[in-house]
Design a protein around this ligand. Sequence first.
Ligand code: BYC
Length: 475
Amino acid sequence: MSSINYNERIPNNVDLGENRRLQRALESWLPNYLSWWDELGPEGSQGYDVLLRTAVDVSADGWAHFDYVKMPEYRWGIFLNEPVPDRKIGFGDHKGEQVWQEIPGEYRSTLRRLIVTQGDTEPASVEQQRLLGLTAPSLYDLRNLFQINVEEGRHLWAMVYLLHAHFGRDGREEAEAMLERHSGDADRPRILGAFNEPTPEWLSMFMFAFFTDRDGKFQLASLAESAFDPLARTCQFMLTEEAHHMFVGESGVMRIVKRTCEVMDEIGTDDPDRVRQAGAVDLETLQKWINFHYSVSVDLFGQELSTNAANYYTQGLKGRFHEAKIDDDHLLVNDKYPVLMLEGEKIVERDQPALTSINEKLRQDYIDDCQRGLNRWNKVIEKHGRDFRFSLPHRGFHRAIGNFSEVKVSPDGKVIGDGDWTHNVDSWLPTEQDREFVKSLMKPCYEHGKIAGWISPPTRGIHGHPFDYEYVKFN
Ligand code: BYC
């Protein structure tokens, strides 16, 4: 069961060959997927040979194989983690019962919606990043972008498999619709807000991989707790791949911070204009990118108080992050959770029912994880003897979903009037001018061992290769 069958058109470890109907359904979706990749996948990259990892096994050791691959020939497949024998449901009304291999009828539409929401983000991110291959700061970064893109494509496959295998005709229609909605499309946008924002340059790419892929980590980890076992096992394997995406984001920003600090040392000043003139991104500008990407990603966790979220939990469809490690009754019926609420002009903490606060609990876990990354970036600045420190804005800042969506909140957490907001917003969020400046730095640098001037090279290459390895061959 565990090794993947590469002789089949769609590599898989789910015995697809034994279910001819399902296999045919997926094989008929494949050409549509490939035309979508051709049209909206990485621009101009079809002929490149890229050093990519491909999943070949789901076991902890040696699950991936590295080789040069042309991206349209990547073996997108369907891999689920091995089943845990005798796995029991860990939370909610069905706690202690056997997990489900098929979906109970009463949960069908809710699960379909969760799977569609998750699946929709995957091709969305590929669409958002499609032009970045034209301006990568190095071959190493170009390869990492393409790696992320093919794996997000595989994550779409993971969700489409569940739709085809478990939702009949509705599932097939949803799978088609995944290729019909497009990021930023006025008529048929992607489902969640952050996935309709453009990723126009590499600073946004790294911030997206740090902040938005991290939402993916927490959402997938919650779905990995699901009583619907095939969903849980799929998400577990997706998380293995996802770790690299977040590494690309965190180390990417770290390398930019390092370069900025080096430039400040070289020119002997931290004056933002001078830093920009010297071809680096000033720390104030990086903070604005943090504010933007963090706030749109924080929205992805939904409303602070959500009966939807409470129902997902009670029904056993979606758990909390690392559910089994939490020391409580996993029913939460009598528990409380502190939530920031808006009362008039004031933001106050109020105890709320833990069940309806499930989204907020996940958001808090996410915020703590983001803060750890920022601390590591701040260490770089500290090492260079500078006083500047990055911080996460208040969770009410620049929100479009939830309690704070109707008001304006400053990064330090005060409810402010429209006038105050307009007066200050240019120092909090990227302005057109800032975006133009960052874009002006984006010149491709595809010579071996060379790197653009606004970012420092990585400390290590990929798969034991040095930084100056030929990660992408243009042919
Ligand atoms: N945008 O009760 P609520 C990833 C809607 S990223 C637009 O809070 P719920 C990745 C909501 O639909 C991870 N609408 O909703 C990263 C609802 O609509 P109705 C993606 C929003 O359902 C990088 C209403 O507001 N995974 O993997 O509890 C690269 C009430 O809200 C938004 C998932 O999302 C929004 N942000 O929570 C590649 C996991 N938020 O019922 C990939 C699956 C809420 O009024 N999804 N609404 O019509 C879920 O778990 C939940 O659907 C959500 C929302 C957490 C998203």
